[in-house]
Design a protein around this ligand. Structure first.
Ligand code: ADP
Length: 297
């Protein structure tokens, strides 16, 4: 066993009360940030383990916290977090969670995903916006805290935060910075209504962040969770596609969107586009400018 495997086996003993050494660890690709593996213990149990020699501060704690919060709502499945460890004696920090064996989506899969996602939003309604700790959107720090004011939250901790990062790194040129400022002045007129409650958002639901389990069940992974208005979650699903009409129809059957949603979805999409500008560079500048011009020029 490698030292990482030993540390994983020790953590699992601590969490489950039973020791079993790691028999096999099979790498899983597809992640953007961390190394991932399916780890099988000699007793046959399997776990999903993410590790990173130099993770962002408390990144795995925050992921476990978000998974735990979504699991607690009970409407849509996420891998149960088991625990985190490493970061000492040369063992990389790691996160252990339930292993989800992938399956093949049935024709009704997208509708089920949409129905459960709406159910999750409905059941998790909350009276404040934000989250207990700051966390990450991909590898970008995402400030949270708590607020009663959605427009102020979105201005300061979402758009304003990404615009500041883009300005400081030089990713935002004068045109992006100026239009961004103007858009923020107009934000109240754009997203204040409808005055919906906060819901627990996945926060980063693109096509790479849901799975189909072996028994055909939708499973969400890799959240950047916080309490916010649900249209912000739906905006992310629309950024790269991969969600069918059946998904949106089932979502809206369970909880219809209020009139005027398409303009608000543009504003919420801008947050993710700015994040991509910050993470991946100028290829996302045009998409940011297009929305900014439409609503702030
Ligand atoms: P990263 O933190 O690097 O972005 P992800 O959370 O996206 O990593 O996970 C990488 C890949 O591993 C996913 O695309 C998915 O296919 C798979 N995966 C994620 N979580 C699990 C899990 N609990 N069980 C099985 N496979 C998983």
């Amino acid at each position: 066993m490698s030292r990482l495997d030993e540390a994983v086996a020790d953590l699992l003993e601590e969490k489950t009360g039973r020791y079993s050494p790691v028999a096999a660890a099979v790498s899983i690709g597809g992640g953007c940030i961390n190394a991932a593996a399916c780890v099988e213990l000699r007793n046959g149990r399997r776990y999903f383990v993410k590790s990173n020699p130099a993770p962002l501060p408390a990144m795995f704690e925050r992921e476990a916290e978000a998974l735990g919060a979504i699991a607690a709502v009970g409407a849509i499945r996420v891998p149960n977090p088991v625990g985190h460890g490493g970061g000492v004696d040369g063992v990389s920090p790691f996160l252990v969670m339930e292993y989800i064996e992938p399956g093949t989506p049935s024709p009704g899969f997208q509708a089920e995903l949409g129905r459960r996602f709406a159910e999750h939003h409905l059941r998790s309604r909350h009276d404040r916006y934000g989250f207990e700790h700051d966390n990450y959107l991909g590898s970008t720090p995402q400030p949270n805290g708590w607020s009663d004011d959605w427009v102020g939250f979105w201005r300061e901790r979402r758009l304003g935060h990404q615009l500041r990062l883009a300005r400081d790194s030089g990713r935002a040129d004068a045109a992006v910075a100026k239009l961004g400022e103007r858009l923020m002045e107009r934000l109240s007129g754009l997203i204040a209504e409808p005055q919906e409650p906060a819901c627990l958002l996945h926060g980063d639901l693109w096509v790479g962040n849901f799975m189909c389990s072996r028994d055909g069940e939708p499973v969400l992974i890799d959240p950047a969770a916080y309490y916010g208005r649900r249209e912000a979650d739906l905006a992310m699903t629309m950024l790269f596609g991969g969600f069918s009409r059946a998904f949106y129809a089932a979502y809206e059957e369970a909880w219809p969107l209020a009139d005027g949603s398409s303009e608000r979805l543009d504003i919420y999409r801008l947050y993710h586009l700015l994040n991509h500008l910050n993470l991946f560079g100028a290829g996302y500048r045009g998409g940011c400018l297009e929305i900014m011009k439409r609503y702030a020029a």
